[in-house]
Each structure stands twice: as C-alpha cells, then as structure tokens.
Design a protein around this ligand. Sequence first.
Ligand code: ZN
Length: 201
Amino acid sequence: MATGVAGPEIEKLIQLLARLPGLGPRSARRAALHLIKKREALMAPLAGALQVAMDKIEVCKTCGNIDTHNPCTICTDPRRDPSIIVVVADVSDLWALERATATTGRYHVLGATLSPLDGVGPDDLTIDALVTRAHAAEVTEIILALNATVDGQTTAHYITDLLTEAGVKVTRLAHGVPVGGELDYLDEGTLSAAMRQRTLF
Ligand code: ZN
C-alpha cells in the first residue's frame, strides 16, 4: 500500500484489516472508511470488544475450544453428553456444528489435520490428549467430524488406529447428498459415496 491516500494511522488500520480472511486491500479500505464514519456506533464498541477478547479469551485446556472460561462453557455444561466426544480439526468446525445444533456431545479440537506435504505431523495435533480422554470411563463414542478431504480422512484413519485399545465406538460423519441437493449437480465421488452409504428408508 505504497500509494496511500490517507494518513499513516489510517493506512495502518487499512493494512491490519486487509490481513483478515476474506478481506483484500479494496474491501479493507471500505471497512476502514465505514468504521471511521461510524466512530461512535461501531468503532468504539469494536475496539472495546477486541480489548475484552485480548484480555479474557483462552484456549480450553480440556477440548481446545476458545472461550472466556477455562474449561470452556461446553465442557462444563452438565446438559452435554459426557459419553460422546466429537473430534474436529478447527474451532471453526466446532462453531459450525454448534450453529447446526448437530450434537449434544462434547468436543475435541485437533488444531489441524495431518498433512505430510505441509509438514504437519501427529505431534502438531492434540492427538495424545484425545487418546487420554477416550480412555475415560464415561466416554463410549468418538465421532470423527473431519473434512472429507485426503488430509481429513488420513487423520481419521490414524486416530481410529490409535483408539482401538480405548474400547470406544469410533464413528465418522456420513458422506452423501447435501440437504436440498440435486443429484445432477453432484460430483462423482459424492454420488458414489452416497450410494455406498445408503440407509434404510
Ligand atoms: Zn472445552
């Protein structure tokens, strides 16, 4: 951003906003201008919320979720089923499942998926902690909610092997026709997986 039109402080704001996922330099410029125009209504509350997040948000020592409580709200909620642990790669996946109210179980955030090409190995993930949790008496099922990608499925197989001694049921998400999906638009991999994993009507 060498040819900045605003002062250095505003350019700094634009540069920082441009680092956010989904925002390029153009939309960062638009966002900065919007913030400046809505100084009282938006910029001040945003600055306050960022400060609170800086001061209070922690990574849950049990599951790897992020929250202002540690252990997190989900881990300490007595209404959650302690017999189920849903394994996800990232906190964003946990949030997606929570938005869908897809499970009453608790979670385990791996931090990533195994990716030999990117140099991500088992020690980079929280797999040891997951194996320890899986051995707890109350845990009966581990649900692998990992991406339907090569890395996601490699990680699922690796974890499944490690969990054989834990005496738990290991399941994974179904692959198939999306809700509202039209068969004609699906790729061959999804269609054949849906056919293999058909269920009784
Ligand atoms: Zn937690």
